[in-house]
Design a protein around this ligand. Structure first.
Ligand code: OAD
Length: 240
C-alpha cells in the first residue's frame, strides 16, 4: 500500500522543522541530464567500475581513467541545476539549521545556490596531487591529459573510488548533522551504497522524521516514515 502521507503534510512538517538535513544521490541530477549509476541507462551498465573508478585502475592506466573523467566533465559543463536543486537551495534559506549531504560529485547543488554542502564522494571539478596531496579547483574542459601538479606529481580526480575511505571530516560532519535533525529528506538515491545510506538509517534511529523522494521504492523505503514517489524536480518545488 502506498504511503498515505501527502506532499501537503510534508510541506507543513518542513515549515515547522528547525533542523533539516537533505541527503541526495544521482537521481537529483537526473533531470539535469546527468546519468545515474544504476538502472537501465546507468553509468555502471556501460562502464566497469573496476576499470575506471578504483586506485588500481588509475595506477594501471591513468590516461584511460582521465579520459573517462574528462568526458564526464565535458558533459557536465553543459548542464544546469534543475528545479529540484533550486528548491533545495530555497529550503536552506527557509529553515534555521540546514545541511545538505550529497553523494554527487557534479557540483550542481552549489551552482543552484546551496551553501552548506557536505560532499561525501568528492567533487569532479577538484583535482588532488598523488605526490603532495594538494587539492585544487580545476575547471578546464577539456583537461590536459595527463595533468600534473606544480610539484611534478600526477593529478587525479578528487573523488572517492571503490575501495577508498570517505573523508573522515566529511563523514563526521554528515553524522553530526543527521544525528541532530528533526526532518531528513533522502532524495534520488538507490540507498545501497554505504556509509551514505546508513546516514538515513541513523537519523531515523535518532528520532528524525525521514521522507524519501524517489521515482521508485528502494531498500530505504521500509525505514522511511514516508516515501513520495515521483521526480524530485516535480515534488520538491511543491514543498515551498
Ligand atoms: P544510483 O544510480 O544508484 O541511484 C539513483 C536513484 O535515483 C535511483 O533510486 C532512482 O530510482 C532515483 N531517481 C532517478 N531519477 C530520479 C528523479 N528524477 N527523481 C528522484 N529520484 C530519481 O545513484 P546513487 O544512489 O547516488 O559512488 O549511487 C550512490 C553511489 O554509487 C554514487 O555516489 C557512486 C556510485 O557508485 C561513487 O562513485 C563512490
Amino acid at each position: 500500500m502506498d504511503c498515505p502521507i501527502s506532499v501537503q503534510d510534508i510541506k507543513e512538517r518542513l515549515h515547522n522543522s528547525k533542523t533539516v538535513v537533505i541527503l541526495t544521490g544521482a537521481g537529483i541530477s537526473a533531470e539535469s541530464g546527468v546519468p545515474t549509476f544504476r538502472g537501465k541507462d546507468g553509468l555502471w551498465k556501460n562502464f566497469k567500475p573496476e576499470e575506471l573508478a578504483t586506485p588500481a585502475a588509475f595506477t594501471n592506466n591513468p590516461k584511460l581513467v582521465w579520459e573517462w573523467y574528462d568526458s564526464r566533465r565535458r558533459t557536465l559543463s553543459k548542464l544546469k541545476p534543475n528545479p529540484g536543486h533550486i528548491a533545495i537551495a530555497k529550503i536552506e534559506k527557509l529553515v534555521k539549521e540546514f545541511a545538505l549531504i550529497t553523494q554527487n560529485v557534479d557540483g550542481l547543488h552549489q551552482l543552484a545556490g546551496s551553501k552548506n554542502v557536505i560532499e561525501l564522494h568528492g567533487n569532479i571539478w577538484h583535482v588532488k596531487c598523488t605526490a603532495c596531496n594538494k587539492v585544487s579547483l580545476n575547471k578546464d574542459v577539456p583537461i590536459k591529459i595527463l595533468p600534473f601538479c606544480e610539484c611534478g606529481g600526477l593529478l587525479r580526480p578528487n573523488v572517492v573510488w571503490f575501495g577508498e575511505m570517505l573523508s573522515d571530516k566529511a563523514l563526521t560532519k554528515a553524522f553530526v548533522a543527521s544525528d541532530n535533525c528533526d526532518l531528513m529528506f533522502v532524495i534520488g538515491t538507490s540507498g545501497i551504497v554505504h556509509p551514505a545510506a546508513s546516514i538515513a538509517l541513523r537519523a531515523k534511529d535518532e528520532g528524525a522524521f525521514v521522507v524519501e523522494i524517489n521515482i521508485e521504492k528502494t531498500p530505504l523505503s521500509v525505514s522511511a516514515d514516508a516515501t513520495l514517489l515521483g521526480k524530485a524536480g516535480d515534488i520538491l518545488p511543491q514543498l515551498l
